[in-house]
Design a protein around this ligand. Structure first.
Ligand code: SF4
Ligand code: SF4
Length: 247
């Protein structure tokens, strides 16, 4: 697989680029080989639920669990097939998990850079990725970044990724190593909600969240993930987030 090249241009939501991808295009599926497919907690939730298997089974069958090089936070990536480096979800007809494909697959051929700058101000920019195998760039279909986000169903992914991004930002500001217990808490929220749920059910978090928040978390997995990420912010990263003026 050739190395991706990023356009120098930084796009914002109203900027327009030209691209189309569809079954029948000559490069169909070529982008699903040898991919460094890092799963955000929300990517993971969507895929695991689509496949109707428990988190641990998902990781055993399809994932690789490691500590992020920069963040030193637990992260799960998709393990490519050893024989041909294809994504395990790729079939001849295309992506077998298309409705629940990860955010990076949806965002491609864009890459999103969002977070906070050194002064703590939020930013969100996009850059076009150019790879020689991808012929979608030659399709004369203008589309704005904002329209692409809507078309690809990215809104909930970005909302969760931004929430997780606050944790990454706080982690980078935390001037100490994380303990084994803290790493485990981060791991269960991000990649094993089945182990976080009993903690919520036990009432242990009732001083940090309202009864309504706890009830909706117990009735809805997205809300459970949201509660979990906020729990990490309010406990492990509380000091850093308070210093930054956050909640
Ligand atoms: S998840 Fe689907 S779209 Fe993404 S790399 Fe795998 S097969 Fe391709
Ligand atoms: S146009 Fe690009 S994104 Fe679409 S199938 Fe071809 S290589 Fe993949």
């Amino acid at each position: 697989m050739d190395q991706p090249v990023f356009d120098h241009r930084e796009l914002t939501l109203d900027d327009v680029f030209e691209f189309a991808c569809y079954p029948g295009i000559s490069c169909f599926n070529l982008c699903c080989y040898d991919v460094n497919l890092v799963l955000s907690p929300y990517d993971f939730l969507r895929l695991r639920r689509a496949l109707k298997i428990p988190s641990r089974e998902f990781i055993e069958k399809f994932g690789e669990l490691h500590l992020g090089d920069v963040t030193q936070l637990p992260v799960v990536s998709v393990r490519m097939n050893v024989h041909d480096f294809s994504c395990p979800f790729l079939q001849k007809e295309g992506c077998s998990v298309y409705e629940d494909r990860p955010s990076s697959c949806r965002t491609y051929p864009l890459a999103r850079f969002a977070g906070r700058d050194e002064e703590g101000r939020p930013f969100e920019i996009y850059r076009i990725i150019r790879e020689t195998h991808c012929k979608g760039h030659f399709e004369k279909r203008p589309i704005s970044v904002k329209e692409w986000i809507k078309e690809q169903g990215l809104e909930p992914y970005y909302a969760f990724n931004d929430l997780f991004g606050e944790i990454v930002f706080a982690r980078n500001r935390l001037d100490r190593p994380l303990s084994a217990d803290e790493l485990d808490r981060i791991y269960i929220v991000c990649y094993e909600l089945e182990r976080f749920r009993p903690l919520v059910e036990s009432g242990e978090l009732k001083d940090l969240f309202s009864a309504e928040e706890i009830e909706s978390a117990l009735n809805d997995e997205e809300e459970l993930l949201k509660l979990g990420l906020n729990w990490l912010k309010k406990t492990i990263f509380r000091e850093v987030i308070q210093e930054e003026g956050g909640k």
